[in-house]
Every structure is written in C-alpha cells, then in structure tokens.
Design a protein around this ligand. Structure first.
Ligand SMILES: NC(=O)c1ccc[n+]([C@@H]2O[C@H](COP(=O)([O-])OP(=O)(O)OC[C@H]3O[C@@H](n4cnc5c(N)ncnc54)[C@H](OP(=O)(O)O)[C@@H]3O)[C@@H](O)[C@H]2O)c1
Length: 277
C-alpha cells in the first residue's frame, strides 16, 4: 500500500507503538491522521508533532471499551474527514500475574480493550471501507499471539484471538478489496512493559523500530508482519518444533507467586513471561 495522500486512523496513538506508527505514517506522506486514545492532552502532543510533518491531525479522545461511543465517533469522523483508507488497531492493555492470583477486573479490561474495542471500531470502519471498495486494516497482535507465556494467560489469549480475527476478516473482506493484516511486535520499550518482568535474554525493541517494520510490511501483501529477528526465530522454531518452544517457556517460567513479590525489571532471574509481548 502506498500511503501517500491517504487518510489513516490509528488507535492507541497517544503513546508507545501507536504514537510511533502515527509519526511514521506522517513521514511517509499520509495527508490526514485520525488519532484515537483516551488521553486528549497526549493526543494533542502527537498531533502537534505530525502537523510539523505537513499532515493534518484530528484528535478523537475515545474509550474503546464503550461500543456506543465508538459508533457515534466513527460515524462523525467518517462524515467529516472520511474516507479512511487505513485503520491501525493498536490500542491495547496487558496485565501480568500468575494465573492463580489473577483478578477478574484486569482480565475483563484486557478482553474489553484488546478484543471488544478492536471489534467495535473495526466493524464501523470496515463497513464503510467495503462500500468504497478500498481499504487496509492492520491489527496489532504480538509474538505472544503465537507463543503464549505463563503469567500472561489472558493477554496471550487476546493476542491469539486477534490473529484468528484477522485471518477470518482477511478472507471475508478480500472480495471487497479490503486487505487485513496482523502486526506482531516482540518486547518493545513502552509504558506497557514498565511494570512487567522482563526475560533477561531478550533485547527490547524501540517503538520507532516497530513503526519502521510496520511501514515496510505495509508495502507488501504479507498477511502477518513479524517485528525483529527474535520474532522470526521464535515463530520459525515454534512452527518446526512447537514442543521445544513450550519446553523453553516452561523451564523459564517463574514459580507462581503473589504479584507483590515480583522481581524487578531487568532482574537476572526475571521470568520469560513478558519477553515475547
Ligand atoms: N510493548 C510491547 O512489548 C508490545 C509487544 C507486542 C505487542 N504490543 C501491542 O502493541 C500495542 C501498543 O502497545 P504499547 O506497548 O504501545 O502500549 P502503551 O504504551 O501502553 O500504549 C497503549 C495505548 O493504548 C491506548 N489505550 C489503552 N486503553 C484504551 C482504551 N480503553 N481506549 C482507547 N485507547 C486505549 C493508550 O492510550 P490512553 O491511555 O490515552 O487511552 C495508549 O495509546 C498493544 O496492542 C500491545 O498489546 C506491545
């Protein structure tokens, strides 16, 4: 896809990977960006940055867990600023906890943002893309959508689900000239992972590196965009010898323990759990 002169909508655009993707899209000639997240002030900061790159930015503060608000906002956005050519579903949340200590409100939040939020906005945008017979949708999953990690059970489950959602939509929407792709970052240094345990052997990527890989992937027809060599290696080994990956993850996993006694970030004994976010 050539993004030059196009309109893109990015969710989770206030911080981290979504913010980096928005800026990278502006650098590559997107003429209008619709920036969605809850925090208006942060969105306005991103808008100022992309406007310096000659891109018109529209800030839409929105909680994606509220389907009625999403419907109203997208209808208005499309009417005033459409058509949208590219939707990047990047908003997400992650909680880390041994399963036996997991708490329902956190599980519900992961499902509400990562799945229901993605569903609600995609439904509104995809319908309109189908009517204009043009569009591209990129859903941000994770390497954890391929290799699940202990202490991240629900997060992993949502990221596996996003890959299934993406695969199904790809077939359904292809006849309408709407392409659907998944982006699978590995551990990336953002707010999301600040409170999580890191696996010592993994080199975190920067949001900018993820955004550059996203841009390269956008130029191809690839159904999945893996980010970084660690992801390629893990996905390859997982295909060739899934039992091996499971064993590595199992042996690297921490014993169940209360969240309060978690090891610090970068601790040499930190578990594998967040390594493949
Ligand atoms: N960081 C990693 O290691 C990593 C690895 C693989 C995949 N990913 C995926 O990449 C995506 C971005 O993650 P990140 O690391 O950039 O996280 P982040 O820095 O924590 O950013 C998360 C974004 O989601 C938005 N968001 C959260 N809840 C929302 C809600 N209810 N409604 C609307 N927006 C909401 C946040 O904005 P507000 O708080 O302003 O609403 C923020 O812009 C996620 O889908 C994540 O699963 C991350």
């Amino acid at each position: 896809m050539d993004v030059q002169g196009k309109t893109a909508l990015v969710t989770g655009a206030s911080r981290g990977i979504g913010r980096a993707i928005a800026i990278e899209l502006a650098r590559h000639g997107v003429t209008r960006l619709i920036l969605i997240a809850r925090n208006r002030q942060r969105l306005e900061e991103v808008a100022s940055e992309v406007e310096l790159l000659d891109c018109n930015a529209i800030v839409v503060p929105l909680d994606l867990t509220q389907p009625a608000d999403v419907s109203v906002a997208i209808a208005q956005v499309w009417r005033n600023y459409g058509p949208i050519h590219l939707l990047v579903n990047c908003a997400g949340v992650a909680h880390q906890s041994p399963f036996l200590q997991s708490r329902l409100p956190q599980v519900e939040q992961e499902i509400a943002v990562n799945l229901i939020g993605m569903y609600s906005i995609t439904r509104m945008v995809a319908r309109r893309m189908v009517s204009q017979r043009e569009g591209r949708i990129v859903n941000v999953s994770s390497l954890m959508g391929k290799v699940a990690a202990p202490t991240m059970a629900t997060y992993s489950a949502t990221k596996f689900a996003i890959l299934g959602f993406t695969q199904a939509l790809r077939s359904e929407l292809a006849p309408h000239n709407v392409q659907v792709t998944a982006l699978l970052p590995t551990l990336t240094d953002t707010d999301m992972v600040k409170e999580l345990d890191w696996f010592q052997g993994i080199m975190p990527m920067t949001p900018q590196q993820v955004a550059k890989t996203f841009m390269r992937g956008l130029r191809t027809e690839a159904p999945e965009i893996l980010v970084g060599w660690q992801s390629h290696l893990a996905a390859w080994v997982n295909r060739a010898a899934p039992w091996l990956v499971e064993k590595i993850v199992y042996w690297s996993a921490p014993p169940p323990r209360p969240a309060a006694s978690r090891l610090h970030r970068r601790d040499p004994h930190a578990p594998v759990s967040s390594s493949a976010l």
